[in-house]
Design a protein around this ligand. Structure first.
Ligand code: ZN
Length: 269
């Protein structure tokens, strides 16, 4: 029995090795990959509320993980909450429908939550989104988005010149800030997104979002301490996604950096 399994395993590995080292095999694998990744439209298929963690790391280096990003998808809606570094490629690699992205919701303006606002905008502009990308957030959103638009003005110009105004209209690449303060809600058909205050002291403002779709509820907190407001908002939810920090691990990192005389590292941990 073991011998038969080993023989089958050897044959399979031989076929894989042959395919990887043979031009026809390489082209077959390339074509198969293209069909799997690029040539398929996203299909939702049911009325589920889907949540994808497209980023989960802090500003500290974490190999293989993108910074803060949560995707919310229904058959009719697609929102992204925060857009940290590395998160856009995660959205693209699982073939989410960027051409129908309704907008990005920002919890606060730390870099690890906003670093790729332009990248995700670029992805859905290229993907054919028919309107400018809206970016929702509390007070400060207009300042942040104004800066991003100014920073990437030339990039938009270059890409429109390269691909043509008809294919990539420059006006669709300009991010649109929408103020959504704690206590306010956004309703789109059967989807309701409510912003409520988070405690990310001394960073202010900071908000969390509650997503309600038909009979399902999800809360995405962003960076926050546990508060009475949060406790009230998460009652009865189906899914809670929160950014967590382990104080004991952080303390050990600070102690280790201090012992190694890395005073800046100890302060920045
Ligand atoms: Zn933060």
């Amino acid at each position: 029995m073991v011998r038969a399994v080993l023989i089958i395993l050897a044959i399979v590995l031989g076929i894989i090795a042959f395919a990887l080292n043979n031009k026809s095999g390489q082209l077959f694998l390339l074509d198969t990959g293209i069909k799997q990744v690029l040539a398929q439209d996203y299909q939702h298929g049911d009325d589920s509320l889907r949540v994808l963690v497209c980023g989960s790391s802090s500003p500290l280096p974490a190999a293989g993980r993108a910074q803060g990003c949560i995707a919310i998808i229904t058959p009719e809606h697609f929102f992204v909450i925060d857009s940290g570094a590395g998160s856009t490629s995660n959205l693209q690699s699982v073939n989410l429908p960027l051409n129908r992205l309704d907008g990005v919701l920002v919890t606060h303006f730390h870099s690890d939550h906003i670093a790729e606002l332009y990248e995700v905008n670029l992805g859905c502009w290229v993907g054919g989104r028919p309107a400018p990308m809206k970016v929702y957030g509390p007070k400060g959103i207009k300042k942040v988005i104004s800066g991003i638009n100014q920073t990437y003005e030339l990039d938009v110009q270059y890409r429109t010149e390269h691909h043509g105004e008809a294919f990539m209209p420059a006006k669709l690449a300009v991010l649109q800030p929408v103020r959504l303060d704690a206590g306010e809600a956004l309703t789109l058909g059967s989807l309701k997104i409510t912003s409520f205050s988070a405690d990310h002291s001394p960073t202010s403002p900071a908000v969390s979002y509650k997503i309600e779709y038909k009979d399902r509820k999800v809360v995405v907190t962003g960076d926050t301490n546990v508060t009475a407001t949060l406790a009230g908002q998460v009652k009865g939810v189906d899914l809670l996604l929160t950014d967590a920090l382990s104080q004991p691990i952080l303390n050990r990192m600070i102690a280790g950096a201090t012992e190694a005389s890395r005073t800046r590292g100890a302060k920045n941990s």
